[in-house]
Design a binder for this molecule. Structure first.
Ligand SMILES: Cc1cc2nc3c(=O)[nH]c(=O)nc-3n(C[C@H](O)[C@H](O)[C@H](O)COP(=O)(O)O)c2cc1C
Length: 271
């Protein structure tokens, strides 16, 4: 073989690759893979860098929801400053008393509900939550004299497509509802997501959980229950399945397996 021919011959894979035309299969795949790699590195770096900001914003959003359900949210005021009005407490559900085992400032309800040491698997599970934390963070709003004015209690349960997370605000008597609000769910906009409609949320104000005999009667249904309109919130139009989920989760959390021991304690003046 002549020297010229030797020089022209590709020497190794890299040379063959470099010598190939720009629109060759090899170069096309190389460019596509390189672009994917660089893009995925940028996305991963952004996700990691933005996570602390997302966590801060999620916490702020939750605090705004707690302020809103308690009726004291002022968009012109700093959220942290407004939120200082609340007294957070970690509640032991079974006893209905506050626990000093955990710091309310750092206690994470959802992590605790996943941990077998701080949660129970539910046999009777109308709210569709599988496991229930033994402890939850509740928020008290006290008046100037130090007496309880409102209690804000976290609630959650399955709708049609998703678990709805929210809060119910009760008056100091532990029976009258001040408000209900969900801050996280994935129900369909215009159907199940109408749980966020201010007009529907306003229906909760003034309703009573239990009747004069202390029987839980709260009902989210198409027609009013026998117990009467005081205990009835109209169903969401065209979203019966989400409505049933809300009815079930509210009844679960306000009942024996939920806040009943705490509400009894509150009514007895023990809080
Ligand atoms: C795409 C799609 C999304 C839906 N999303 C919801 C929903 O978020 N919540 C709900 O209760 N029903 C939803 N539905 C309707 C339910 O399938 C069901 O028809 C409805 O809950 C019955 O309510 P009604 O008895 O008030 O008509 C959806 C239906 C479709 C086709």
């Amino acid at each position: 073989m002549s020297d010229d021919l030797k020089d022209d011959a590709p020497k190794g894979a890299i040379r063959r690759f470099l010598a190939a035309p720009p629109d060759s299969v090899g170069k096309t795949i190389f460019v596509a893979v390189s672009v994917c790699l660089v893009a995925s590195m940028i996305v991963s770096a952004a996700a990691v860098a933005l996570r602390p900001i997302q966590e801060v914003n999620a916490l702020k959003d939750k605090q705004i929801n707690i302020l809103q359900v308690a009726g004291i949210y002022d968009p012109n005021q700093d959220v942290l400053e407004s939120f200082a009005a609340f007294e957070p407490q970690v509640l032991e559900l079974a006893t209905g008393t506050f626990s000093d085992q955990f710091d309310p400032a750092t206690f994470d309800d959802r992590t605790a509900a996943d941990d077998p040491a701080t949660s129970v698997a539910l046999d009777n599970d109308p709210a569709g939550i599988v496991r229930q934390g033994k402890f939850v963070t509740v928020y008290l709003l006290r008046d100037d004299a130090g007496a309880v004015d409102k209690v804000i209690l976290p609630i959650h349960g399955y709708g049609l497509w998703s678990t709805l997370y929210g809060f119910i605000a009760l008056e100091e008597n532990g029976n009258d509802i001040f408000g209900l609000q969900f801050y996280q769910h994935a129900e369909t906009p215009g159907l199940g997501a109408e749980v966020d409609n201010p007009r529907w949320k306003s229906l909760w104000n003034g309703k009573k959980l239990a009747d004069a005999n202390g029987e839980l009667q709260i009902s989210v249904t198409k027609t009013a229950p026998a117990a009467g309109a005081d205990h009835h919130i109209d169903a969401l139009a065209g979203a019966t399945l989400t409505t049933v989920g809300v009815h079930n989760l509210v009844n679960f959390w306000m009942g024996e397996s939920g806040y009943k021991p705490f509400l009894d304690n509150l009514k007895a003046g023990g809080v």
